[in-house]
Design a protein around this ligand. Structure first.
Ligand SMILES: Cc1cc2nc3c(=O)[nH]c(=O)nc-3n(C[C@H](O)[C@H](O)[C@H](O)COP(=O)(O)O)c2cc1C
Length: 192
């Protein structure tokens, strides 16, 4: 069975990201075409990238990196739940992405963005990063507006169409995760 990790990409106190991640996970786990796990970046307590050797060489020295690498390696595809901070993704999510390399390669990803402008610019910024990590980013994405999908910008009340948007995005993530299975057996050179 394919394994898809849903990653909560914000870590600050009072974050909206946890409610969004839990909601997406509850929708996903009703499906029978993949297994899903909710991953909270906060639980991994990663410092700012502190590995002395570039992650693309795969020589991790710290226990926190090995724990994060082991978790990410166990999945075939991902959903990044990203806030929009200053027109980009969160520093915490970008840092967690930067920590690893081969554990991301030849897998698929879909996005759930949220914020004042539904997280669309945060998702676009992540799409630029995905190519370097050889993660295939699917077209369908979910955009949650602080104005329409939250009360008082903090109580998550997604519009009725949003659950279908999650499933449409998951359809694509699962199809691409399956299609890339063959590539995951190949080790590409990390040369840039
Ligand atoms: C540092 C910071 C920068 C933000 N910048 C933007 C922004 O550029 N565009 C936007 O639409 N919303 C922006 N927002 C609103 C956030 O997207 C919104 O507060 C969201 O809930 C943040 O995710 P979190 O609660 O999980 O941390 C910003 C919020 C913070 C804290």
């Amino acid at each position: 069975m394919l394994r898809i990790g849903i990653i909560i990409g914000s870590t600050r106190p009072n974050r909206n990201g946890k409610a969004v991640g839990k909601w997406a996970y509850e929708i996903a786990r009703k499906r029978s075409d993949a297994e899903f796990e909710l991953i909270d970046l906060k639980d991994f307590n990663l410092p700012l990238l502190d590995e002395p050797i570039p992650p693309s060489l795969g020589q991790y020295s710290h226990e926190h990196t090995k724990a994060w690498a082991g978790k990410i390696d166990s999945f075939d595809g991902f959903v990044f739940v990203t806030p929009e901070y200053n027109h980009g993704t969160s520093g915490a999510l970008k840092n967690a992405i930067d920590f690893l390399f081969k554990e991301w390669n030849n897998k698929a990803v879909g996005f759930i963005g949220y914020g004042g402008a539904s997280g669309v610019r945060a998702v676009e910024s992540l799409r630029l990063v995905m190519g370097e990590l050889m993660i295939a980013d699917v077209r369908a994405q979910v955009g949650l507006s602080l104005f329409a999908d939250f009360e008082n910008f903090s109580v998550f009340k997604p519009g009725p169409q949003q659950a279908q948007a999650v499933n449409t995005m998951l359809d694509q993530v699962i199809a691409w995760s399956e299609a890339l299975k063959g590539l995951r057996k190949i080790s590409f050179s990390s040369g840039s």
